[in-house]
Design a protein around this ligand. Structure first.
Ligand SMILES: [Zn+2]
Length: 487
């Protein structure tokens, strides 16, 4: 199976397995906009919730994210998982018995979405639950899981019911590859099957190009989004014409930017076009933007995936980043090995890979400025992307590409809600929205790095103070050490 895996590395999972599913991950197309299975009614038994279902953030600076502003000294009330009031502190009556969280001098923003994430499969449920927590611990309160399994449908429901702590989950189907969709008929059948099973989108892999059109037509006919990668031989233009819901990793854009009459010799486009990066004509970027805009296709850039690969920073230093202690040793080893293997490839050209990074920055900025929809995603846990933690690297890279902090935060808050076709469901601090919030010590509009200066995270109305978060993170780190050292 891994033969179709486009990434030059593989991701081992903790006890070895879970990962295959998660790993294959990236390959396909992701999709989007499936109507969200919307907000579940509050569960009768809220499970692991706080003592009270009513929480008030008192006297806080609100970053509403419906526009670029700070609402100073406001009080935000949350009841039964929803925001019920946002108003100047002296105008809000705090319900009796509410848990009060001091907001003075602090900033309250909506939770973020990881729009290209992965949750491990059923072989190691404890690892999967740890990963769900790693997302939440960093304020990632929504995840679009890009390599699905029936197990994820179950997790999606358990989280929605309040039985399991985790980000609100949307899940792609299993990776759709030639084994499952080797012919047009099989591809159509697979799309119907995944839609009937309840997946939120079809994750499309490298299916034969002749299967792509019928797959897309069937998907549109039954209202099933498809997205992720663009299969080899299909190309950007056809994928956009087929209104692929999302293109992840800016897949196939670099190839599109190489003029048709270019002599590429026998060079393989390589990792997301790195092999052709020196042949790119950035004069073609406006055309790529125009076509993307016309298609309405979302992009989930996952800059960190390519930048981690291209980075001259040695793998041994990257693997020493503080957040690595929350990743199983086997996963960390796999990342280091993959970076070495990639650098050792005959066709690896450091200069071209660095050029690719610049082109991708320029492309992202142009897509954004041109109005093409962008959603935040880092591809965790792949390639030095620790779930939750990696979103901060991704946001910093988007700022480096030229977006403002506010614009970057839009891609992780309001935009994902719009992508799922429920623009009012979450992603803003506003009455009626799901209570997914991050309380910060500093203003994230001044610097996206301030999103790491947490006081706590609220997920679906459940308040997790930073103290609680750190305690659970320590448990996760300790489990990993125990796995390594043995009994
Ligand atoms: Zn992926």
């Amino acid at each position: 199976m891994t033969i179709w895996f486009p990434l030059p590395f593989s991701v081992p999972s903790r006890r070895m397995l879970p990962a295959l599913a998660a790993v294959l991950v990236c390959l396909v197309m992701a999709a989007c906009g499936r109507a969200p299975q919307d907000e579940p009614a509050p569960a009768a038994d809220p499970g692991p919730s706080p003592e009270t279902d009513v929480v008030a953030f008192v006297g806080v600076n609100v970053i509403p994210m419906d526009r670029e502003t700070v609402l100073e000294d406001h009080t935000v009330v949350v009841e039964d998982g929803r925001i019920t009031a946002v108003a100047p502190a002296d105008e809000v009556e705090i319900p009796e018995g509410a848990q009060r969280v001091d907001g003075a001098g602090r900033y309250l923003m909506p939770g973020l979405a990881e729009m290209h994430g992965h949750v491990p499969g059923p072989d190691d449920p404890a690892y999967a639950e740890d990963v769900l927590f790693l997302y939440v611990s960093n304020g990632v309160t929504t995840v679009r899981n890009m390599a699905g399994h029936a197990y994820h449908l179950e997790l999606r429901e358990r989280i929605a019911d309040g039985d399991l702590l985790g980000p609100t989950l949307f899940t792609a189907s299993p990776w759709l590859g030639p084994d499952k969709a080797g012919t047009p008929e099989a591809a159509e059948q697979a799309v119907r099957e995944y839609e009937a099973a309840g997946f939120d989108l079809v994750k499309l892999g490298s299916i034969p190009p002749e299967a792509y059109g019928p797959m897309a037509e069937t998907a549109h006919a039954i209202g099933m989004p498809f997205g992720g990668h663009i299969p080899e031989g299909v190309g950007l233009v056809r994928a956009l014409e087929a209104r692929q819901a999302s293109i992840d990793h800016l897949d196939r854009y670099a190839e599109f930017l190489v003029p048709d009459d270019t002599d590429t010799g026998d060079r393989d486009p390589g990792f997301f076009g790195s092999g052709w990066a020196d042949l790119v004509d950035t004069g073609r970027i406006p055309e790529a933007v125009r076509r993307t805009l016309e298609a309405g296709t979302w992009n989930v850039p996952t800059l960190s995936l390519v930048e981690h690969m291209a980075s001259p920073e040695p793998a041994e230093e990257m693997i020493a980043w503080p957040e690595m202690r929350y990743m199983p040793q086997a996963v960390r080893d796999g990342w280091v090995r993959s970076k070495h293997e990639y650098a050792a490839r005959e066709d690896f050209q450091p200069e071209a890979t660095r050029r690719l990074v610049e082109v991708r920055q320029q492309l992202l900025k142009a897509l954004h400025d041109g109005g093409a929809p962008i959603a935040l995603g880092s591809d965790a846990p792949q390639f030095f992307n620790v779930p939750g933690f990696s979103i901060h690297h991704e946001m910093a890279m988007m700022v480096a590409a030229g977006l403002t902090p506010y614009e970057v935060l839009v891609t992780g808050t309001r935009n994902p809600a719009a992508y799922f076709g429920t623009p009012d469901a979450f992603g803003a601090v506003e009455p009626g929205r799901r209570a997914d919030l991050i309380l910060l010590e500093a203003n994230p509009l001044e610097d996206v790095a301030n999103v790491q200066r947490r006081v706590g995270v609220m997920v679906r109305g459940q308040w997790l103070s930073e103290e609680m978060i750190q305690a659970r993170l320590e448990e996760i780190a300790a489990e990993i050490v125990a796995d390594v050292t043995g009994p």
